[in-house]
Write a protein that binds this ligand. Structure first.
Ligand code: 5CA
Ligand code: ZN
Length: 480
């Protein structure tokens, strides 16, 4: 019996929306479009993801803060490119009761303009640098593209943003490298292979000197950006007057970076690992790592429920998150429920197992079932959870690798998109006009060039569109 991934791949959109609902992740019937309700099970998984984020922030010396959700119009307007980028999506607060506000307020779409006037008060001298803070909050973007739970929402309710200030361009570069390392460690915990691209000039974050995006390929071949890092140089520091005193007594603007992620991480986990039966959660994130289903027989003298509880106690004391399903319904129905919710490992115990001192393990990732001795329970469960984690990552890595294709011509690229095979890498002259035309012709977006830049440079190839000498490999994809 193999896993089935027909709907998962061929009707991904429908599969995804259905899973969000029936696996108990979110309810999207709230009467504001793009704003959804977190259900208990979904929230528990998201909190486990956030735990990894907090751990990484702690490890790298970022301090947690919480800023207000409202920003005065006057602060928001200080960095010209930034306002231009967000103006169309911002929600306004204009009245208090019936009275118009003297200074109108916006609901933060991200927190640069909330934070940086405070940075100018807090940062005084070189001794204050590097300055590294972060928060996980809700932000609001009135997205005009089609909304989807966790993927494109208008209230991003778990928006992670790290903001840093540095005494040099190079130190800010070093921060970007640290961000990439943090991202890699979190992605590994989520079992997510990914690619990093440097965004083209026309698609940088509003106000950034350069932007990096980390993407995964979804089952239908479209990409999802799940993390971004931005180098601001001194762009915001000049707009918000963030300076520090150097050792020689002179004053200089700081260099800044930001790093952002959201509940899209959970969307990526659901999409990457799932199958036609439902979610498949990596053991690192699963609120329930092992579910025990007792299978009683009426005429049997053995108490399977007691046996199941004993196993649960043992697993719990070994630090494994475990649940015994003693509901009065048929075992088949229980299997179905927990498979849908993506519990990585199921333990079945019947009278025969009690008699012979065995338990049956059933893996969610590959649906394999096997019996073990009760004595070796903890070791075998730990070992199997590790194997599941590894298998999920390897399977996803193979999917990613078979969904990135190097091509030389526009025709080949078109074919890749037609077959829903993911990301195209194609020679490009580096000209903006040419890149924009390629986006048009391919009906795809340029993700950017592979990062770091050395990986992007090529020689001896012709730009697939204009035929001039190609400078870079450019990545294109249909995107979420
Ligand atoms: N200020 C910068 C860095 S914190 C910033 O806002 N960057 S961002 O616009 O690229 O957003 C950061 C991350 O938030 C994105 O990589 C994406 O994973 C997530 N995100 C952005 N918009 C949405 C949305 N509408 N719904 C869900 N997640 C989103
Ligand atoms: Zn060209």
């Amino acid at each position: 019996m193999g896993i089935e991934r027909n709907r998962w791949q061929n009707d991904f959109s429908e599969w995804y929306n259905e899973m969000i609902e029936i696996a108990g992740i979110q309810d999207k019937r709230y009467p504001v479009k793009g704003m959804n309700i977190w259900l208990p099970y979904g929230l528990r998984i998201m909190k486990n993801i956030e735990k990894f984020i907090h751990e990484e922030m702690e490890r790298t010396g970022h301090q947690e803060v919480l800023f207000p959700a409202l920003i005065p119009e006057t602060e928001f307007q200080k960095e010209a490119e930034h306002i231009a980028g967000f103006e169309g999506e911002v929600l306004w607060v204009t009245h208090a009761g019936r009275n118009p506000l003297e200074v109108r307020l916006i609901l933060r779409p991200t927190s640069e303009t909330a934070m940086y006037s405070m940075f100018s008060l807090w940062i005084r001298s070189h001794a204050d640098l590097p300055f590294k803070i972060y928060q996980i909050v809700n932000v609001y973007r009135y997205e005009t593209k089609h909304t989807r739970p966790l993927i494109r929402v208008r209230e991003i309710s778990r928006f992670f943003e790290a903001h840093t200030a540095h005494d040099s361009f190079e130190d800010a570069e070093r921060q970007i490298h640290e961000d990439l390392e943090i991202f890699d460690r979190i992605a590994k915990k989520l079992g997510l292979p990914y690619i990093v691209s440097k965004r083209p000039e026309w698609d940088k974050f509003p106000g950034a000197f350069y932007s990096l995006g980390a993407e995964i390929v979804m089952p239908d071949g479209r990409t999802l950006q799940i993390g971004t890092m931005h180098h601001y140089k001194q762009n915001f520091a000049k707009a918000y007057n963030i300076t520090y005193e150097k050792e020689d007594g002179t004053h200089e603007y700081v260099h800044q970076t930001t790093y952002g992620m959201s509940e899209r991480l959970l969307a990526a986990v659901i999409a990457t690992h799932g199958d036609d039966r439902g979610l498949v959660l990596p053991p690192t994130l699963a609120p329930i790592q092992v579910v025990i289903v007792p299978i009683p027989l009426k005429e049997s003298p053995y108490d399977v429920n007691a046996y199941a509880r004993g196993i649960a106690e043992e697993l719990k004391s070994a630090g494994i998150r475990v649940h015994v399903d003693e509901r009065d319904i048929r075992p088949g129905r229980k299997f179905y429920d927990w498979e849908l919710k993506g519990v990585p490992l199921r333990i079945e115990v019947g009278p025969k197992d009690v008699e012979t001192g065995k338990v049956v393990l059933a893996r969610r990732d590959n649906l394999q079932k096997f019996a073990i001795d009760r004595e070796e329970l903890i070791d075998k469960v730990r070992e199997t959870l590790d194997e599941i984690m590894e298998n999920l990552y390897n399977r996803a890595k193979e999917f990613l690798e078979t969904h990135i294709k190097r091509v030389e011509t526009i025709e080949e690229a078109k074919q890749v998109f037609e077959d829903r095979r993911g990301v195209v890498e194609i020679p490009w002259c580096g000209e903006e006009s040419c890149g924009l035309e390629m986006e048009e012709i391919l009906d795809a977006k340029m993700l950017g060039i592979p990062y770091p830049d050395e990986k992007a440079k090529i020689e001896g190839k012709k730009c697939a569109h204009c035929g001039r000498e190609a400078k870079y490999i450019a990545r294109f994809a249909r995107t979420y």
